[in-house]
Design a protein around this ligand. Structure first.
Ligand code: ADQ
Length: 458
């Protein structure tokens, strides 16, 4: 069996992966099984950029190799095409997308430079596994250098319907470049079907069934591989001393009242203003919850340099003030909005102390918070997940209370269902979801992809 070479925008950590979440756990598991390299951006900007020295760190079987970018690369590739063009378009937000030819050129340039730097490190029987929307064209660059190794790609975010993607200038050329990978993995059946439809309708490919596509004489796999979390480990986190400490503090503060928890990066895809509005609607439509149910939203700021994110933050501050001003009482604050991040064990305790997990993105590739919330619950008295139908997670978590995040009325009704759900029903729903999470965990996910990529004949 050959080594594994993983390429992703950010790399690591190799140790203490529990802190970084399911993805790092899965990748380090895969890397340490076969040995290999994890290659990506160092997070630093320098004058030499991608032409500079490789920064290397080696543990027993795994090498971490990182590369800088120039300021222009950062602006065009990362802040530009990746975050201002692909992120909004792939999340169905054409209204927020910026189309700038320089961004696309910078993106293609960085992909090519990364490929040029990775190619000399490859051995003939290595498997290459590339991650996410930063590296759509990277595989085609490797192929242009006559690299014939098996290559898998996984898209962590949604793949939109062809009718949406067609608005991206050069969409066909981007998707054609993706076909250089032998296997293209998606979070959901819907995403994989959208991709196959694009290839059939726009690129004259043939759908052979079973997630196989034929194009220009070659075959690729384009299937759903829903990402999992390290469910058993996360469930243990929820019983750790750190988790108990946080739970204790919260339970004391709540004094028998119920808490709804939201945990998200601040991003327009997460539907945060809509969520705050839905909570206000809960207090309007079901007044018995006033003084008895509160919302805690934890949201570390992300990509703060983008105006769109600063606007959301301001909007959420205003909405918190508005709802609290309208409904708060001496001993009860309806919304608590915390813009900080928590260690994972502490987070597990916060989930466990909360009767309802509220996960209402307008669009999300998967959403790991939904899975973590379930993994952290007490088997004998679990909370209820209220989940957006537009999160990839909804495809595999049908026992959650599924809602349309655009409708404040519907989310409020879903919250009311969750708050009043009898214990037996909560247990039944939870058990099915928890068992499924343990079966389809992060390690099973990466093993499925690694096993399928070997079946594609070149
Ligand atoms: P994200 O958009 O980042 O990931 P998500 O899947 O929810 O979204 O993962 C966020 C992670 O960050 C979770 O593990 C969560 O616990 C953690 N986190 C968030 N806020 C935190 C806080 N305040 N403190 C500590 N930890 C916090 C992208 C895609 C998703 C896809 C994942 C994985 O957008 O759709 O599920 O990749 O493929």
């Amino acid at each position: 069996m050959g080594r594994l070479v993983v390429v992703s925008n950010r790399v690591g950590p190799l140790k203490d992966t529990g802190r970084a979440g399911g993805l790092a756990v899965a990748l380090v598991d895969a890397l340490s099984q076969s040995g290999g390299i994890w290659f990506g951006w160092s997070g630093d900007v320098s004058e030499e950029g991608t032409f500079g020295q490789l920064k290397t760190q080696t543990t027993r079987k795994v090498q971490m190799v990182q590369l800088d970018m120039t300021q222009a690369d950062y602006d065009e590739f990362y802040a530009g095409y990746a975050n201002r063009t692909l992120w909004p378009v792939l999340h169905y937000r054409l209204d927020l997308a910026v189309f700038d030819r320089r961004f696309e050129q910078g993106y293609r340039h960085v992909n090519e430079r990364f490929a040029t730097r990775v190619a000399p490190l490859l051995e003939s029987d290595d498997i290459v596994w590339v991650h996410d929307y930063h590296f759509l064209t990277f595989g085609a660059n490797l192929r242009a250098m006559d690299i014939g190794n098996p290559m898998a790609f996984f898209l962590h975010i949604p793949f939109p319907a062809p009718e949406i993607l067609a608005a991206l200038p050069n969409a066909s050329s981007m998707v054609r470049a993706m076909l250089a990978y032998d296997l293209i993995g998606f979070q959901t059946e819907r995403d994989a079907a959208n991709f196959r439809r694009f290839v059939v309708e726009e690129l004259e490919g043939t759908d052979l069934g079973d997630g196989r596509l034929q194009i220009s004489g070659g075959e690729v796999i384009a299937r759903a591989y829903p990402i999992g979390i390290d469910a058993e480990a996360f469930s243990k986190f929820a019983m750790s001393p750190d988790a108990r400490r946080n739970m204790g503090r919260l339970e004391k503060l709540l004094g028998g009242r119920q808490q709804i928890i939201g945990v998200d990066r601040i991003d327009y895809s997460k539907g945060l203003p809509e969520r705050f509005r839905a909570f206000e609607r809960l207090l309007e439509d079901y007044p018995e919850n006033r003084g008895r149910v509160s919302l805690m939203q934890v949201a570390p700021p992300s990509r703060a340099e983008l105006d769109a994110y600063i606007d959301i933050r301001r909007q959420l501050d205003e909405m918190t003030g508005h709802v609290n001003g309208r409904f708060a009482d001496l001993d009860w604050t309806p919304i608590r909005f915390l813009t900080k991040s928590f260690p994972r064990r502490a987070l597990a305790g916060i989930y466990r102390a909360s009767r309802v997990g509220l996960v209402t993105p307008l669009r999300d590739g998967m959403n790991l918070v939904a899975k973590e919330y379930i993994a952290a619950q007490r088997a004998e008295d679990p909370g209820v997940l209220v989940l957006s139908r537009f999160a990839g997670a909804a495809e595999g978590m049908k026992e959650a209370v599924i809602v349309n995040p655009h409708s404040a009325e519907e989310v409020a009704a879903g919250l009311q269902t969750a708050i009043t759900m009898p214990l037996e029903e909560r247990r039944d729903r939870w058990q099915i979801m928890f068992d499924r999470l343990c079966r389809n965990d992060a390690v099973a996910w990466s093993r499925a992809i690694m096993s399928d990529v070997r079946t594609v004949a070149r």
